[in-house]
Design a binder for this molecule. Structure first.
Ligand code: DGJ
Length: 753
């Protein structure tokens, strides 16, 4: 609910309140942002500057309350006495003052092509102005999230160049810590937490994209905040280009935080009458710790960001050809893989890179989306039909933003690529098409639409594999071009499940999620690395947005050998897929995969849309009385002590039935130890044991018990682990990188208490 009472703007969501005031001079005060309070509390939150701070600039001589430098503000300017970081930079000073406001029911729609969250309850628009400029500040109220954005209009008679225009700026009381997520290819989403001090902390991307280097999403938390307690604010941007966020503590102990398009090389001319609209920033406050924040943020993304046709819609278990085949395939091989995938339980077969032009490696053909008839004599139509006849859907990889110099497209239109003043530099042998040009966008829309309509295609993986050379304003125009192209291709085809990808997670952001509900998290499918990637992504994005695949071990990216069971257990916490050569799997591996897929389908809604939580050593998901928890090991210590399972979010007084998912042990994992229990002397490298390893498994310890929610949340001991004293069916024989899964279901009333 939004109201304007006694010169106070009050925005009340289910989990937060935001109170804004007006100074005597008409600047916008940030009175409060935090847990729900009453509008009438506004006065209690007003700071009192007393005699002021010495030499600070006063807008009204003698009135220490007119000192912009010390005031908690929800917007500021530059050159007029507030010497903290300004959210706006023009060639002139800015001193925007309140002019008017309106409270709209529902959403205020964007006008310049940026995506936005939809389904706001109400939107507050506060208009600030100074001679020649009008600035509208938008505050949209969602139940667990407040979004903000800015629109600047040139109302003067001269052109104005915008160097910086943030989506929001806000001063929060006291001290916070800032957690950001950085990385690179196959190493996305490493977390780093630092106290916000007097030196400015900046989280910024300048590669042209939201980037794997610095995800736009970040957290502010109070020192000492934990999973279930303490104040945490999740902040993110509905944008896929260069971004900037900063946090800095002022001398008056106010933390100024802001976010928007990166000002790096940004020069956006505004002619008289023109406007510039910023992307929408998302602010998600929780007083219930990191878990409380992520649950609210997940709800918001699931209900207000991802395209409506995919909200809450179960995602298929897919098979993707990339890691298993790379460029080396033909129709026969694909159909064999598809038959295998179908027999394992996959529902969608995705043909990745290599199906067009002369693309037998990554040196050529990007841009030429003509089917390679040598590989696929029946074209996509024939292949999709055959796969459809098997009872599976068909999906396709495209990389429409890029072009190889060795392509017909480049030979025909060398001027269509994004360039700077130097000779083009390649990355993965490719250049980017200049999406700021309408004719280039039209070409992409036509080409991709024709491909998508040429066969029964229900899924698209849209890839992008190089950094941009576009700087500042051009980089922003490129992203607007990308949104235009995806909107024109996918809005008329709502049946297509779009998974965006950029060398893995190089564009994991809320902007892309407005077009496709899933993003490929990383080219790294090693489950141990995925614990970091998916675990940290979960702070800001729901697991329904994660593409999570089981691949071969040793892993292509780390050479680590991990158990198949762990590859499954980690991939379950997302949208499950398989990406390995199925032709060479052992029968017992196929059996395991079959069981994984059956299990996943049984709990699919819980894994994809359940409430996600971080528990000691693992994760849990919860939906409608069912909890599935995973615990993951890295290295096994010698003679380990007891292990404990501690769950969250259960009802204390209710009784629950806990079972562990039955796991099997390969004989080979015991190596030479087998000879101690075998009646004959066996060579650990001999044929008998090698053959036995391919066919025989032993059951690992499985737990079953009932307990109250209170007991399960207090933590229960698990079965004893392997301690070097032999195999026992009543212990858990976890090796390095082992893991376990537990299913916890509410007991129905007729069961024994
Ligand atoms: C990079 C992607 O991240 C991979 O999954 C794969 O699609 C390759 N591109 C194909 O070239």
């Amino acid at each position: 609910m939004i109201e304007f009472v006694n010169q106070v703007f009050a925005i009340h969501g289910e989990t937060y309140s935001c109170l804004l005031g007006l100074t005597a001079a008409g600047q916008l005060e940030q009175l409060y942002f935090g847990r729900p309070v009453a509008t009438a509390d506004a006065e209690a939150f007003r700071v009192r500057p007393g005699l002021g701070w010495g030499t600070a600039v006063l807008l009204q001589e003698g009135d220490t309350a007119s000192c912009p430098d010390v005031w908690p503000l929800a917007w500021s300017g530059s050159g007029r006495g507030d010497y903290r970081e300004s959210p706006i930079q023009l060639e002139c000073s800015t001193d925007l003052r309140y002019e008017s406001h309106e409270i709209l029911e529902g959403d205020a729609l964007m006008e310049q092509g940026l995506p936005q969250a939809l389904g706001a309850e109400q939107t507050l628009v506060i208009t600030m102005s100074q001679p020649g400029l009008r600035c509208k500040l938008y505050f949209a109220a969602f139940p667990g999230v407040l979004t903000r954005r800015t629109v600047l209009e040139n109302t003067g008679e001269e052109s104005v160049t915008v160097g910086k225009l943030m989506s929001f700026s806000m001063d929060l009381p006291g001290r916070w810590e800032m957690t950001t997520f950085h990385g690179g290819w196959i190493a996305e989403m490493n977390g780093e937490t630092r106290p916000v001090g007097r030196t400015r902390l900046v989280n910024e991307s300048t590669t042209g994209f939201s980037s794997n280097r610095h995800n736009p999403g970040f957290l502010l938390s109070r020192p000492g905040a934990a999973e279930e307690a303490g104040e945490v604010i999740g902040i993110n941007l509905v944008y896929s280009g260069n971004h900037y966020a900063s946090a800095q503590l002022s001398h008056q102990e106010l933390t100024r935080v802001m976010q928007g398009i990166s000002p790096d090389h940004f020069h956006w001319p505004l002619q008289p009458g023109e406007k510039l609209e910023t992307p929408e920033a998302v602010l998600c406050y929780s007083a219930a710790g990191f878990g409380g924040q992520s649950a609210q943020m997940h709800d918001f993304v699931n209900h207000h960001i991802v395209p409506a046709p995919w909200q809450g819609k179960a995602r298929p278990v897919l098979y993707n050809s990339w890691e298993g085949c790379m460029f080396d395939f033909d129709q026969r091989k694909l159909l064999r893989l598809a038959r295998e995938a179908k027999s394992l339980g996959c529902e969608l077969f995705v043909l990745d890179d290599g199906w067009f032009g002369k693309r037998n490696d990554d040196t050529s053909s990007l841009g030429d989306y003509t089917v390679n008839r040598k590989k696929l004599p029946g074209g996509l139509t024939g292949l999709a039909r055959k796969i459809g006849d098997m009872g599976m859907d068909f999906g396709l990889w495209v990389e429409p933003e890029s072009v190889n110099p060795d392509s017909d497209l480049y030979r025909a239109h060398p001027d269509w690529v994004l360039t700077d003043d130097f000779a083009p530099v390649l990355s993965r042998n490719q250049l980017l098409l200049d999406l700021t040009r309408p004719e280039v966008r039209d070409y992409i829309v036509e080409q991709v639409s024709a491909v998508l309509d040429s066969a029964r295609i229900t899924y698209v993986k849209w890839d992008m594999n190089r950094h941009s050379v576009a700087l500042g304003a051009k980089a922003h125009a490129y992203i607007l071009g990308l949104y235009d192209v995806q909107r024109r291709i996918f809005t008329p085809r709502p049946h297509i499940l779009l998974e965006n990808c950029a060398s893995g997670g190089n564009r994991f952001d809320l902007g892309m999620l407005c077009f496709g509900p899933q993003i490929w998290c990383s080219d790294n499918t090693d489950p141990i690395q995925r614990l970091t990637i998916q675990g940290n992504l979960s702070q800001l994005y729901p697991q329904s947005t994660f593409g999570t695949h089981v691949s071969a071990a040793p892993h292509a990216q780390t050479l680590r050998n991990t158990p198949l069971v762990t590859r499954g257990n980690v991939s379950f916490f997302g949208c499950l897929g398989y990406e390995l050569d199925l032709r060479h799997l052992l029968e017992l591996e196929k059996q395991e995969i079959r069981q994984q897929i059956t299990f996943y389908k049984q709990y699919r809604e819980t894994f994809q849309f359940g409430r996600f939580g971080r528990i000691p050593d693992g994760w849990q998901v919860q939906k409608e009385g069912v909890t599935v928890a995973g615990q993951f090991r890295t290295l096994v210590p010698a003679a380990p002590g007891y292990g404990w399972l501690q769950l969250r979010g259960l009802e204390s007084g209710k009784r629950y039935h806990l079972t562990s998912r039955q796991q099997k042990l390969r004989i080979g994992q015991f190596g030479a130890l087998v000879k101690h229990v075998a009646p004959v002397d066996l060579n650990p490298n001999g044929l008998v044991l090698r053959t036995a390893d391919r066919h025989i498994t032993l059951p690992d310890g499985a737990q079953e018990l009932t307990a109250t929610g209170a007991a399960l949340m207090a933590g229960i001991p698990m079965l004893p682990p392997f301690r070097g004293t032999g195999y026992d069916q009543n212990q858990r024989t976890l090796t390095d990188f082992g893991s376990e899964l537990f299913i916890i279901e509410e007991e129905t009333s007729h069961e024994k208490p």
